[in-house]
Design a protein around this ligand. Structure first.
Ligand code: ADP
Ligand code: MG
Length: 400
């Protein structure tokens, strides 16, 4: 059964280091990395001050970096043809375009936070599929952020102006994504990329910023992620339009966010589309809490119900699903998955399923067959052991 493998960290550091050396004619100082993520439940709730429950992928983005004596910046990626070059004076949102928005954008945002940014060369390599709803964007932002912290000789456990550096990195990633790349996402991706712990899901409450690591024991089941290969572009407008509808709903109710709204409140909204959008948010936040409780109690049928209700809500009320996502979800469940739903921002991307180990290959085969039969692009599949958050590796220590 062909799966998209995360690769071994040692091999990936060697690959990234070798590519850096080839491109820039000298070895990097260090390699920073940050994981992609799959959200178990809680979609579009982060920017509504709600709850989310993501898991870091073992798949990650690796960033090799070395400082320069001058003010030049050179950024390259194994996943993109375009090399981005500029100087420290070009670190302004309007001057940074293309994929570099997610990398140079972080350098800009970290300078705004008061960190000293040197001239540097930087090379990116990733095993997170791009545009698959698995947050390659935040993986890139946070990998650049931790690499820079390493370059500055700081520890991720340090604080900066009294704020934990990890939280500074989260904020810088969010600013790069929203203000430089122009994707108005809500902060879940960067938070889990920086704060995740291996073996755990991360419950994040965007009302007060509280984080809770939840031991994820699926009792003989695995997390199967299926990338439908329908690539979304979060900068395309659908995401921003959903966010605008949510803001319109909160404002019509006289609330600062939909977190304060009850189901009764939103059912009273007069605009039919805005009502459905808000209903998704209010019911989705409740489903995250129900899922957390059900996982703790090993109440598997309740987990299954939450996943399916969530998918239906995204398909019908929030209207962010696609035929490919709907197919992958329904076929997975027919073939023996306990639960399945689309995951991520929508308009394409991936599904996440909880599958009994002995049904894994049957589920993968059934999805592949259904996609072939419908003439969809061949999907790719990832089996996810919850991974850890971002960190830095010294190239020397690894013999690079
Ligand atoms: P997702 O985060 O779900 O993968 P996004 O649309 O948010 O999708 O982000 C994808 C974009 O992030 C890519 O189009 C590219 O601009 C940038 N990106 C992500 N990973 C890399 C990488 N390894 N190298 C260069 N750019 C990347
Ligand atoms: Mg993204």
């Amino acid at each position: 059964m062909p799966l998209l493998e995360p690769g071994s960290p040692t091999d990936l550091i060697a690959t990234t280091t070798a590519a850096f050396t080839e491109r820039f004619g000298r070895p990097p100082r260090l390699v920073g990395w940050a994981p992609g993520r799959v959200n178990l439940i809680g979609e579009h709730t982060d920017y509504n001050r709600g709850l989310v429950l993501p898991v870091a992928l073992p798949h990650a983005t690796w960033v090799a970096v070395a400082p320069r004596a001058d003010r030049q910046l050179r950024l390259s990626s194994a996943q993109q043809d375009a090399l981005w070059t500029g100087t420290l004076d070009d670190l302004e949102p309007a001057a940074i375009t293309g994929w570099a928005a997610y990398a140079a954008g972080v350098l800009w945002a970290l300078r705004e936070e008061g960190l000293e940014i040197p001239g540097l060369d930087l090379h990116v390599h990733s095993t997170v599929p791009l545009g698959a709803g698995l947050s390659s964007s935040a993986a890139l932002e946070c990998a650049v952020g931790v690499a820079l912290v390493g370059l500055l000789g700081r520890s991720l456990e340090d604080t900066h102006d009294g704020v934990p550096l990890r939280d500074v990195l989260v904020r810088a990633g969010i600013r790069a994504e929203t203000e430089v790349a122009g994707a108005p996402t809500g902060g879940m991706d960067q938070t889990v990329a920086v704060h995740a712990r291996a073996g755990s899901a991360l419950l994040i409450d965007f009302d007060d910023g509280a984080r809770r690591h939840l031991d994820l024991d699926l009792e003989g089941r695995v997390l199967l992620v299926t990338d439908t290969r329908v690539s979304h572009e979060l900068t395309d407008g659908g995401y921003a339009a959903r966010r605008a509808d949510c803001e319109a709903a909160a404002s019509a109710l006289g609330l600062d966010s939909l977190r304060r709204a009850s189901l009764e409140d939103v059912e009273g909204l007069t605009d039919e589309r805005v009502r459905r959008r808000a209903r998704h948010i209010v019911t989705e936040i409740a489903r995250v809490q129900r899922t957390v409780d059900a996982l703790a109690q090993r109440a598997w049928s309740e987990v299954a119900r939450c996943f399916l209700d969530s998918h239906t809500s995204m398909r019908d009320d929030f209207e962010i699903s696609t035929d490919e996502l709907d197919t992958a979800v329904s076929v997975a469940v027919e073939a023996g998955a306990l639960a399945a739903r689309m995951t991520g921002g929508g308009f394409g991307g991936s599904t996440v399923a909880i599958v009994p180990e002995e049904r894994l290959s049957a589920v993968v085969r059934a999805i592949d067959a259904a996609f072939t039969q419908r003439s969809y692009a061949a999907p790719s599949h990832l089996v996810v052991q919850p991974g850890a958050g971002a960190s830095v590796e010294a190239v020397d220590a690894l013999g690079g």
